[in-house]
Write a protein of this length. Structure first.
Length: 133
């Protein structure tokens, strides 16, 4: 259960409803997910986070599927069940196959394992990696 509960559309202030409307219009859906309903207790954070998401998750140098898969990878590493579910669903809608998900999880697992080994062994960074290119 969310710390402060969830703010449903019918109970939202006009300011929050405007953001909910933008979320639904942008995502071409008729519902607002629980993340936004929980964050809506702080309309300033709701607005800032939504604006940032809209700016960052659009096509750019990385395509939307790649961005969603990165989001899944970070969410797995941070153990955020909600974000894993949300962004896995979004990635699947953008074309992520089961094979892609399995390979992504293998990469995430390998990166986490080798990151811990590097940290434990306190491995110095090779000079060749410091050149920037």
């Amino acid at each position: 259960m969310a710390t402060f509960g969830l703010i449903e559309y019918k109970d939202a202030s006009p300011e929050v409803r405007a953001i909910y409307d933008d979320i639904m219009a942008t995502r071409k859906t008729d519902w607002v997910n629980n993340f936004w309903k929980a964050v809506a207790h702080d309309p300033v954070t709701l607005k800032r986070t939504w604006e940032d998401i809209k700016q960052i998750m659009v096509p750019g140098a990385l395509d939307p599927l790649t961005k969603e898969m990165i989001y899944v990878a970070v969410s797995v590493s941070n153990q955020c069940d909600y974000c894993i579910a949300s962004h896995t669903a979004a990635a699947q809608k953008k074309g992520m196959t089961d094979a892609m998900f399995k390979e992504l999880m293998a990469v995430v697992g390998m990166a986490n394992e080798t990151n811990r080994l590097v940290a434990g062994y306190q491995v110095e960074i090779d000079e060749q990696f410091k050149s920037g290119r």
